[in-house]
Design a protein around this ligand. Structure first.
Ligand code: NAI
Length: 386
């Protein structure tokens, strides 16, 4: 039986602990806050209870899981861990201090991973004693339900450590992709235009929020529209990810945030969880587009999709991940109806390129520059997948 230590028992840590526990691991869940640990304990017990009620697990399994988890407030207890996953507050100096304390306790073979979503994994390794056993293992929220995990090795991570991590995650039923340590990794980078281009269209007054959401759901086949989804994720999370990626990409205009979202964050209108974001949740959400104009609908859809495809193409061009992993990541990490590169092949690379090029010429903004990879593929008359 593997022993896993999860550091931080908040949203992500408690979810990761549940996944490990339900796959025959012994789990130590650590937090500096007793209150957070108690909350995590209550949540886990309720979740397991519900799973028994739904006949997803037996009473005996529930009891075994509950016996195999230890809620701890001292790191002394993690010394037997085979893998430590850190999911504490997103603050580099606090994380680095925590890794120092972890390294002083665990064996030299123990794998140490960070679940960071926006910090560079390399920024955490400089003071490590054994950086070769350190990597990023990035789960999606909610961890027990979302199949995708991005694995982010550093320049110093041993290949055997990457393989052991992949094997373990596969045992946990997860789908893994390997990402280069760059801002947003795969999913949080490629998904940016879904929000930012929708915001741009809204900011320009091309269409209103219900129309844009309707288009992306009904023409695009996305489960949620961009505004609904931003409201669900919460503007405290979604805006901050956008701003972080933008800053870390040296202010590339492709990733520029929107004031329309910033003011919601400033006002504490964080979305569904506060009852008000782009939508007012005391009323039913609109189900029909305000503007009923098929050619406008098509323009909105192709504009947002082209920007998404451009981002996927650029991620491939810059070797952020393999083309297969880029496709898997967007379908399993954010439930996109199709892989973006396959979608490009289906619509024709020329269609996407022409859309981007005409936006680029019209706006005279670097934001719309087509990926060099699209150009190369078109010149060679190639598709992404043959
Ligand atoms: P959270 O705020 O729900 O939980 C963080 C927990 O860490 C809290 O319980 C807090 O008491 C604890 N903590 C703070 N400092 C600590 C320390 N020095 N030692 C031990 N525990 C400490 O945060 P959340 O959302 O779970 O995020 C955790 C990490 O996971 C962050 O790095 C975040 O970027 C990443 N992440 C978050 C996702 C999300 O959707 N919320 C998705 C994927 C990654």
């Amino acid at each position: 039986m593997k022993t896993i230590a999860v550091i931080g028992s908040g949203t992500m840590g408690s979810g990761i602990a549940q996944v490990a526990l339900m796959h025959q691991c012994k789990v130590f869940l650590y937090d500096i806050s007793e209150n957070a640990l108690q909350k995590a304990k209550n949540l886990l017990e309720q979740t397991l209870f519900k799973l028994v009620e739904k006949n997803k697990i037996t009473e005996q399994q529930k009891n075994t899981y509950l016996q195999n988890i230890f809620y701890i407030t001292t790191l002394e207890d993690i010394k037997t861990a085979d893998l430590v996953i850190e999911a504490i507050v997103e603050n580099l100096s606090i994380k680095k201090q925590t890794f120092k304390e972890i390294e002083n306790r665990v064996s030299s073979e123990c794998i140490i991973a960070t679940n960071t979503s926006s910090l560079s994994v390399h920024s955490m390794i400089r003071e490590l004693k054994y950086p070769q056993r350190f990597l990023g293992i990035h789960f999606f929220n909610p961890a027990p339900l979302m199949p995708l995990v991005e694995v982010i090795p550093t320049l110093l991570t041993d290949t055997s450590i990457v393989q052991q991590s992949l094997d373990l995650l596969h045992n946990w039923g997860k789908t893994t992709v390997i990402a280069k340590d760059t801002p947003g990794f795969i999913v949080n980078r490629i998904a940016r235009p879904f929000y930012s281009e929708a915001l741009r269209i809204y900011d320009e007054g091309v269409a209103d929020i219900p129309t844009i959401d309707w288009v992306m759901k009904n023409i695009g086949g996305f489960k949620m529209g961009p505004f609904e989804l931003m409201d669900l994720i919460g503007h405290d999370v979604n805006y901050v990810v956008t701003e972080t990626v933008w800053k870390q990409m040296y202010y590339d205009p492709k990733y520029k945030p929107s004031h329309s979202q910033k003011i919601l964050l400033d006002a504490g209108l964080l979305g569904k969880k506060t009852g008000r974001g782009f939508y007012d949740y005391s009323k039913p959400l609109p189900t029909e587009p305000t503007i009923k104009d098929n050619s406008l609908h098509h323009k909105i859809f192709i504009r947002i999709l082209s920007m998404l495809i451009n981002e996927a193409a650029d991620a491939l061009y810059y070797n952020i991940a393999s083309k297969e992993d880029i496709e898997i990541a967007m379908q399993k990490g954010v439930n996109y109806p199709k892989g973006l590169l396959h979608w490009a092949d289906e619509l024709g690379l020329n269609t996407i390129y022409n859309e981007l090029q005409s936006l680029y010429e019209y706006y005279q903004e670097d934001r719309y520059r087509p990926s060099v990879l699209l150009k190369k593929k078109i010149n060679k008359q190639e598709k992404f997948f043959e």
